[in-house]
Design a binder for this molecule. Sequence first.
Ligand SMILES: *[C@@H]1O[C@H](CO)[C@@H](O)[C@H](O)[C@H]1NC(C)=O
Ligand SMILES: *[C@@H]1O[C@H](CO)[C@@H](O)[C@H](O)[C@H]1NC(C)=O
Ligand SMILES: *[C@@H]1O[C@H](CO)[C@@H](O)[C@H](O)[C@H]1NC(C)=O
Length: 216
Amino acid sequence: MAPRNHPVTVWLLPGAMLMLLSAAAAAAQGCAAARFQASARSFQRCTALPVLGATLYWTYHPANGTADLAFRAPQGAGGWVAWGINTDRPGSMVGSSVFVASPGAGGGAAVLMTVLESTSPSLTNGTLKFDVPVAPAAEYAGGAYTIYVTVALPGNNTVQNTVWQAGPLSGGRIAAHPMSGPNLQSTMRLDFLSGGRSVGTSNSVVHRRNLRNFQG
Ligand SMILES: *[C@@H]1O[C@H](CO)[C@@H](O)[C@H](O)[C@H]1NC(C)=O
Ligand SMILES: *[C@@H]1O[C@H](CO)[C@@H](O)[C@H](O)[C@H]1NC(C)=O
Ligand SMILES: *[C@@H]1O[C@H](CO)[C@@H](O)[C@H](O)[C@H]1NC(C)=O
């Protein structure tokens, strides 16, 4: 029956390849198709983050060691979202330098930059543990916040411990995020050069994923 199998293989192969190609195209389109209202920004890479429905888009500039990025996460208008880098250790919010987007006083979205000193941080709007050469900005549209950030990657290292978060407001002020489930899993080691990442804390199983499919 071998000779009869041959034409079947010839037929199946292009079909399988087509499916693979269209899957790759869909992934690439998801990244490239993202709309950024605040300006005509675009980014070379993106990845869907494993929890909280968030997506990170970025362009890394090797010449000056900076990354332009956009962090987008769904959230109600009465909530906040945040993204940042922990220069001290992986898998931890404490010690992280973060950008927090919340409703602005005059409408729109405001961003504050703060270092999380503890699990009950003061949220003082100040300077971070790395350079931020361009003032951050944020927008709220379509049920999601987007935070636009340019960072000098700490230590000029493309691999960083990233963190992100989402939580409610209370009396108009940023309040604690839920202390369970996805809100405790929102850390990831990310290589801004290759897109490679590992999810999870240092004492849990590390999942490695290659993000080439998410390239736009
Ligand atoms: C870094 O370099 C890129 C070009 O390689 C440039 O577009 C960008 O503005 C630079 N960023 C800063 C903060 O100097
Ligand atoms: C950062 O590292 C890159 C690549 O290793 C190098 O070309 C660049 O000069 C460095 N930039 C800074 C600001 O140290
Ligand atoms: C934090 O400070 C910056 C710079 O002074 C300012 O532009 C920004 O609106 C402040 N953020 C908040 C939430 O107050």
